[in-house]
Write a protein that binds this ligand. Structure first.
Ligand code: C2O
Ligand code: CU
Ligand code: CU
Length: 532
């Protein structure tokens, strides 16, 4: 407790450009805080508000939130996605070189319909090999570029994507081992939206960029020229990269304009390492409607959720009474990492505004909150045919086979003293990632229990080509944001997962499981598995 407060104070002193006030610090979020404290604070605030003279809502300072273009991929047709360099101004009038899909930073949101089979052709316009992983998409190993070595500059790679899963907010990103953190920092990521018709059936807000707002969350450090700086050093390998400024959809100091009614926010944590503890600045409650793999059975009341790297969530926020801002504070995990990270400059250890919402009236009727969302059975532990154990380790990887050793070098990474830094050999079950080795062999069509432990620090554990349910966390019931369908879960100490394997992955195109702290993944905290 004392340490936590000291960290907050230190963080405030060092906050620099991060948005922080004493009042916000005083309201440090704790998931254990009692509901009665919250409601009495809310009541006090609304009494204050009633006394205040009425005034027009003031537009918050900042830049208009960029909304990625949404592209519907037609059944059977080829869509060309070009990875390449581009230019993007995070700071107004200061364009800087970035990478992305289609010429700018990040890429378009691709919308696919359940039951169709669009084709995507990746064109490599970069000066280095690249590949493409569909994070959360249930497709066979061959269609997923996650373990593909990558195509050379100028090359292409094509995949047919038979869409066979319920509505969900997924994403795609480059996945070249040893380069994932740097490539995602450059901007090689985008959203992938699966539509199964339920938005329309349920009457959920679904006007893209109007009442259905994507928020791709990333933390960055900027230099004086307005360029985000990425550097790997020993501290960054261990803790993962953390920035002191937030960009949302590539927008620094983002302000979204939303109608004064029910609005859906689609959240993606596309950061290297930061775990966001999200809440709204005025502490209003919202409804959690979806996790990584799709809708919950019914909307769930929440006033905070946690989002670790790789995870997604969808929430409904009622803006009928005006605007507020989406905030984050370090959660308990960040405090633990923060203790060691305090030596690193530019670390957010204080409440930070991710995105402000400016509201405007429009003449559309407010969407009604559906009572039920999706049929989702309780996970059935008895369905498991076997149990496997996974231990996530910051050290202890065995040396790689000679053929894979080059993958483990981090060329050009320096620690600021001019010395090249060697990557630590991070591991799962004592083994660093080796694409030439198959770690687990799973039988197609079966369900298994995967027990995952993180003895040293929390890690977001992600599995390709599957969906899972969380049976328990640290031996107890899962947190509310972990009770839906998942493909990534933040394992603080231990988690028990019920994983169903519905898509094949042969030895030539295995799936992988890994920590989604990108520096950990790049440092070898990853394994392979086949599904046959
Ligand atoms: Cu977003 Cu291998 O993952
Ligand atoms: Cu993935
Ligand atoms: Cu990790």
């Amino acid at each position: 407790m004392e340490l936590t407060r000291r960290l907050l104070l230190l963080g405030l002193a060092a906050a620099g450009t991060a948005v922080a006030t004493d009042a916000m610090a005083a309201r440090k979020r704790s998931p254990k805080r009692s509901a009665s404290t919250r409601s009495s604070r809310r009541k006090a605030r609304s009494e204050e508000a009633a006394k205040a003279p009425p005034s027009l809502p003031k537009r918050p300072d900042g830049q208009p939130l960029r909304i990625p273009e949404i592209v519907a991929l037609p059944d059977g047709e080829v869509y060309e996605l070009k990875a390449g360099p581009g230019s993007h101004a995070f700071v107004p009038d200061k364009p800087v070189p970035v990478a992305g899909y289609g010429g700018g930073y990040l890429g378009p949101a691709l919308k696919v319909k359940s039951g169709t089979t669009p084709r995507v052709r990746l064109v490599n316009g970069l000066d280095r090999p690249t590949n493409l992983h569909w994070h959360g998409l249930l497709v066979p190993g061959e269609a997923d570029g996650g373990s593909h070595p990558g195509v050379a500059p100028g090359g292409t790679w094509e995949a047919a994507l038979p869409i066979d899963q319920p509505a969900a907010t997924l994403w795609y990103h480059a996945h070249v081992h040893g380069r994932v953190a740097a490539d995602l920092h450059d901007g090689l990521a985008g959203l992938l939206i699966v539509d199964d018709g339920s938005d329309e059936r349920l009457g959920l807000p679904s006007a893209w960029g109007v009442d259905d707002i994507p928020l791709v969350l990333q933390d960055r450090v900027f230099d004086d020229g307005g360029a985000p700086r990425y550097e790997e050093n020993a501290g960054v390998f261990d803790h993962g990269f953390r920035g002191n400024r937030m960009v949302v959809n590539g927008t620094l100091d983002a302000v979204a304009t939303v109608p004064q009614r029910l609005v859906r926010l689609r959240l993606l944590n596309a950061s290297s390492a930061r775990v966001y503890r999200l809440y709204l600045e005025d502490e209003r409650a919202f409804k959690l409607i979806a996790t990584d793999g799709g809708y919950l059975p019914a909307p769930v009341d929440a006033d905070t959720i946690s989002l670790a790297p790789g995870e997604r969530a969808e929430i409904l926020v009622d803006f009928a009474d005006g605007g507020t801002a989406l905030m984050t504070t370090p959660d308990e995990h960040e405090h633990r990492v923060g203790l060691r990270a305090m030596r690193m400059p530019d670390v957010i250890s204080t409440p930070v505004r991710l995105c402000a919402f400016h509201t405007e009236k429009d003449d559309k009727p407010a969407a009604k909150l559906p009572a039920a969302l999706a049929a989702l059975a309780e996970p059935d532990r008895a369905a498991s045919v076997r149990t496997r154990n996974f231990r996530l380790q910051l050290r202890g990887g065995r040396p790689m086979s000679a053929s894979a050793a080059h993958l483990h070098q981090a060329p050009g990474q320096h620690d600021g003293t001019g010395d090249a830094v060697e990557r630590p050999a991070m591991a799962i079950n004592g083994k660093s990632f080796d694409p030439t080795r198959i770690d687990e062999e799973v039988k197609l069509g079966t369900t298994e229990i995967w027990e995952v432990v993180s003895p040293e620090m929390g890690h977001p554990f992600h599995i390709h080509g599957v969906q899972f349910r969380v049976l328990s966390e640290d031996g107890g019931i899962p947190k509310i944001w972990n009770r839906g369908v998942k493909d990534t879960v933040f394992v603080e100490n231990s988690a028990t997962l019920l994983v169903t394997f519905t898509k094949p992955a042969p030895r030539t195109a295995p799936f992988v499981f890994h920590c989604h702290v990108l520096e950990h993944e790049d440092s070898g905290m990853m394994g392979t598995f086949t599904v046959t």
